[in-house]
Design a protein around this ligand. Structure first.
Ligand code: NAG
Ligand code: NAG
Ligand code: NAG
Ligand code: NAG
Length: 566
């Protein structure tokens, strides 16, 4: 279509302009400037303050269907800054780490993204440093925690609030990781001094399975393998990364465990040397190929040096990328523009990765991080090595230990939390407890792109695997030529974000078939839903339409489990 050039041209110009600012490193090194100072160049992306005070510091964060964001903290750190509704039962936590015992404030709040309203929810037991996964039916399963919460599984939905399943877990789990498997079951793996895993639900499966890999990778004094990075691979097996090592295994023991090479450099990447990791975008043309990216961390010994000696060693600046589905996987190493520990890696609807939050020295743990890194970086997996990173606009709010980040329905990245102290401390400390919630708007939300930004006007609410479905969208400022790559549709699984890792984070691209113009600026694309439960486990996804690389806001689409009634 002839009109195509008229709107594609400005997009290219803007993209090139954004890239140039950051690439020109000789001009300025903005991320080395003190927090709060404006860099001399205009970096892409924008920060918005959604709430100055959400009442609870967002140690854990999960986007839920219906456009809610659940944020919760420990219950034993003293009162939060939001009281429970008078009609709600008062939470009575047992003693935890010595601060406060009983309080009637809320340690969990739900944000309604559409109205920006907050609602407190009571928590009956302590979910401190816990794990979670969204079940295929849209209810959140959350597992473990501390003291009276360490063996509890909890279910949360906005209509029911928290429901405890007492003594559900076979063992105590603190700093474990949960992921949804292809069959819709949740794998609950590890935690402090737990070298094993279990499942939810647990009918027809062993109650507890030993997993020696966690024993092998733990270190005395600074475990460096907590909150292991787990990714479901598109063949149904699980990639597990702990410390500086990786394996691929089948939790049902149907295939032998495969050991992958250790990540070069010997730098631990898991708590408290917290780096982060994502499974890169899965493509419809190579459904069994997957790549994992691991970035940041701190050198071995950094935790003890910070804790015992007050020495805050520089964080690591490398990323390793590997295709665990290859016959002989190898790590390809690259460098971020700056070192980072406690960074959150967030998959964007484009398949690019945002790395945000964290510090340049020290480690995770109370009072052990220094030199906040307030500039996010964008990683574009498809660019040439050396050209993948771009430094984006910084925030003024340090997000240190116990901060979190997650993608929302509008394509923004919500950023909250940061509390490196035992209790809530707002004054006379270097990094006060943060109750604020910000949204980072990646460069694709720049108003200069509004002319090409698609608006999703119709999507199915539920689809079956491989089903061809129609998605309608409008492009306000011009026609769509239908050229290759110009229109894409991706499905993003909402992650459970805590301690620098987004559990269950996943972005699956779908094949776009025929596209029809229905009216001026109105199009219908035929899209093939993901092919299998191992490519995309059943449950709720955000479907984004992308036009010329610019995503729409998302629609919630439920992938129906195989065999389920329509
Ligand atoms: C939190 O609550 C305390 C006690 O009510 C109050 O002094 C403090 O100003 C509040 N802080 C914030 C950031 O709202
Ligand atoms: C979702 O599944 C869980 C676990 O089976 C169940 O307890 C919960 O009630 C279900 N939620 C809905 C909304 O059906
Ligand atoms: C321990 O701290 C001292 C004083 O701050 C410093 O000189 C020394 O280098 C530190 N030790 C190590 C191993 O970094
Ligand atoms: C902070 O320190 C100042 C000066 O020492 C003191 O007056 C003030 O009370 C302290 N504030 C808090 C909340 O501890």
């Amino acid at each position: 279509m002839p009109k195509a050039a008229s709107f594609l041209f400005p997009v290219l110009l803007i993209t090139a302009g954004i890239a140039n600012c950051a690439a020109d490193e000789a001009v300025v090194d903005p991320w080395q400037e003190p927090v709060g100072q404006q860099p001399a160049v205009v970096l892409a992306g924008e920060w918005q303050l959604l709430h100055e005070n959400t009442g609870v510091s967002a140690m854990h964060m999960q986007l839920l269907p219906g456009d809610f964001v659940l944020m919760f903290d420990r219950t034993d750190s003293g009162p939060s800054n939001i009281s429970l509704d008078a009609l709600s039962p008062c939470a009575v936590p047992t003693a935890g780490a010595g601060v406060g015992a009983v309080d009637c404030s809320a340690h969990s709040v739900l944000l309604d993204l559409r109205s920006n309203a907050l609602r407190p929810y009571p928590l009956a037991s302590n979910p401190w440093c816990s794990s979670a996964a969204l079940l295929p039916n849209g209810t959140l399963l959350q597992t473990g925690g501390f003291a009276n919460g360490d063996r509890i599984a909890r279910l949360f939905s906005p209509s029911t609030g928290w429901v405890d399943l007492p003594s559900f877990l076979a063992v105590r789990r603190w700093y474990a990781t949960d992921i949804l498997l292809a069959d819709g079951r949740v794998l609950i793996l590890g935690g402090r001094r737990q070298f094993n895993f279990e499942f939810f639900p647990r009918d027809d499966v062993p109650q507890l399975t030993l997993f020696p890999f966690l024993d092998e990778t733990t270190e005395m004094g600074a475990e460096n393998n907590l909150y292991p990075f787990l990714h479901l691979l598109p063949d149904g097996t699980v990639f597990a990364f702990a410390n500086d090592r990786a394996v691929v295994f089948d939790p049902y023991n149907r295939a032998p465990l495969r050991r992958l090479p250790a990540i070069p450099g010997g730098v631990p990447r898991n708590y408290p040397s917290s780096g982060s990791s994502v499974l890169l975008l899965l493509r419809p043309e190579s459904p069994l190929h997957a790549e994992v990216l691991v970035c940041g961390g701190t050198p071995r010994g950094a935790y003890q040096l910070a804790l015992r000696n007050g020495t805050f060693v520089p964080a690591d600046r490398t990323c390793g990328r590997i295709a665990p589905t290859d016959a002989n996987p190898v790590w390809a190493m690259e460098e971020m523009p700056m070192p980072r520990v406690m960074g959150d890696m967030v998959l964007l609807p484009t398949g690019d990765v945002l790395i945000v939050n964290g510090a340049a020295t020290g480690t995770a743990g109370w009072e052990l991080g220094r030199e906040p890194v307030t500039y996010p970086v964008l990683y574009r997996p498809d660019m040439q090595l050396g050209a993948r990173f771009e430094v984006l606009a910084g925030t003024t709010i340090p997000r240190m230990y116990h901060s979190s980040a997650t993608l929302d329905t509008y394509g923004r990245v919500l950023v909250g939390g940061s509390n490196p102290h035992v209790g809530y401390v707002f004054a006379n400390v270097t990094y006060p407890t943060e109750l604020s919630l910000e949204a980072f708007l990646p460069p694709y939300l720049d108003a200069r792109l509004d002319g090409v930004r698609p608006r999703l006007v119709q999507a199915p609410t539920e689809v079956g695997y491989g089903e061809a479905v129609a998605v309608r969208f409008e492009v306000p400022g011009g026609a769509v030529s239908g050229g290759p790559e110009e229109v894409r549709v991706t499905a993003v699984a909402p992650a459970f974000a805590t301690h620098s890792f987004g559990m269950n984070q996943r972005v699956v691209e779908m094949t776009v078939g025929t596209m029809t113009q229905l009216d001026a600026g109105l199009y219908e694309a035929h899209v093939a839903a993901p092919p299998s439960q191992s490519v995309a486990p059943p449950g709720y996804y955000l479907w984004f339409v992308l036009h010329a690389g610019v995503p729409s806001s998302a629609a919630w689409v439920r992938l129906r489990p195989l065999g389920a009634a329509t």
